[in-house]
Design a protein around this ligand. Structure first.
Ligand code: PLP
Length: 408
């Protein structure tokens, strides 16, 4: 594929009002108008380029939104105060009472809880399916279905969605395909593959410094206008607005995303190969043992790799907890949720980020107790990291015995 998302970010030029190489930060909640007529027109949505009030839009937020739209190859984008702010406003904008959603069953715990526990209040029902089974997806579509929802790479099981296949189903039935691309920025470009709306939690890889939450909805100008509409726009009315200061700091971090993703991917692939070689049950889309390895390859922008997320299964929650505590003690990373930081982060999803999913459903989707999710950091010397992690595993008797004997 010849799409170059990082070039699209690099090629944008914005200057500050005094020629600064970064755009000036807009530090106002409200804006003056030279004429009362223009203020009225702006309220009606008919005065392009005018700012009204910063919950609606602000220069700093628009700069960040345009850069993310360039990255995702959509007409435009709307940044939000968090990833959940992007997801909830999108869903509530697209669905009315009595509408239906077909969603992947392996999604971020907060999104799952929103579909399962919150949207039923508005009579919006969700059928959860195995997203890798396109027949099951299509069979779940009803006359009330409005949305197919998935993550490009699912959290935490790292299942890969066939975005082209899902887009075909969506088109055939007149549905919107909404894709959360948080785990694979730059690597996968869902809009190019047919997604109608692309969402990110900016909190993760895109901002990359674990100092803020943030989100974005990338889509058509028409859809983003709807989200911001003063009369019935979910972003405007639910009010999950990003602050301008944050938008400008996320924009600065976005500019190094391509370098960071390459290092996350390089380190992720190295560790996944080593762990698998050691006989650990390892899931990473870059391993040929991953059931969707070839699908990922067919969708990816190759230079950004298979990403920084991997999981291993160490058999039990006790072992997982012991290993994570020891690795943290040896400064190999932090026992923390979230992802995309310079340090490796690890957590046991069953008891943390996916704890919203009931235990029996966790079992059914293959989310086992001993699963550890890693967000691999930017370690300069990944060989050293591997050796130290392996020492931890040996001390805790986690490595399969045959492998241990072989090493002596
Ligand atoms: C973290 C995350 C979210 C939620 O984003 P917040 O910024 O925490 O609101 C949504 N989807 C995925 C895949 C995530 O990892």
């Amino acid at each position: 594929m010849s799409f170059k998302p990082a070039n699209n970010i690099q090629d944008l030029q914005y200057f500050g009002e005094f020629g600064g190489v970064n755009p000036s930060i807009s530090d106002s909640s409200t804006y003056t108008f030279l004429s009362a007529k223009t203020m009225f027109d702006t309220f009606e949505g008919n005065a392009d380029g005018c700012y009204l009030y910063s919950r609606h839009s602000s220069p700093s937020n628009l700069y960040l939104g345009e850069a993310l739209a360039a990255m995702e190859h959509t007409e435009t984008a709307n940044v939000t105060a968090s990833g959940m702010g992007a997801i909830t406003s999108t869903i509530l904008q697209l669905c009315n009472a009595d509408d239906h959603i077909v969603s992947s069953r392996t999604i971020y715990g907060g999104t799952y809880a929103f579909f399962k526990n919150f949207t039923p209040k508005f009579k919006i029902d969700t059928t959860f399916v195995d997203i890798t089974n396109l027949d099951a997806v299509e069979a779940s579509v009803t006359k009330n279905t409005k949305i197919i929802y998935c993550e490009s790479i699912s959290n935490p099981l790292l299942e890969v969605a066939d975005i082209k296949g899902l887009a075909d189903i969506a088109k055939k039935h007149g549905l919107k395909l909404v894709v959360d691309n948080t785990f694979s920025p730059l690597s996968i470009s869902p809009a190019i593959l047919g997604a109608d709306v692309v969402i990110h939690s900016l909190t993760k890889f895109i901002n990359g410094s674990s100092d803020t939450v943030g989100g974005v909805v990338c889509g058509t100008q028409d859809f983003i206008n709807h989200l911001r509409n003063v009369n019935d726009g979910a972003s405007m009315l639910l009010g999950s607005t990003m602050d301008s200061l944050r938008a400008s700091s996320v924009l600065k971090n976005l500019r190094t995303l391509h370098i960071r993703m390459q290092q996350h991917s390089k380190n992720g692939l190295y560790l996944a190969q080593k762990f698998e070689n050691d006989g650990l049950k390892t899931v990473y889309p870059g391993l040929s043992s991953h059931p969707s390895h070839n699908l990922f390859k067919s969708m990816m922008n190759a230079e950004y790799g298979f990403g920084g997320m991997l999981t291993i299964d160490v058999g039990s929650l006790d072992k997982a907890n012991e290993l994570m505590e020891l690795m943290q003690h040896r400064n190999l990373g932090y026992l923390a949720v979230s992802l995309g930081f310079y340090k490796t982060l690890f957590s046991a999803p069953g008891t943390s980020t996916s704890s919203e999913i009931p235990e029996d459903e966790q079992k059914e989707m293959g989310l086992s107790d001993g699963l550890i999710r890693f967000s691999i950091g930017l370690d300069a010397d990944i060989e050293r990291t591997y050796k130290m992690m392996r020492d931890c595993m040996e001390e805790l008797d986690i490595l399969p015995t045959a492998q241990k004997l072989k090493v002596g």
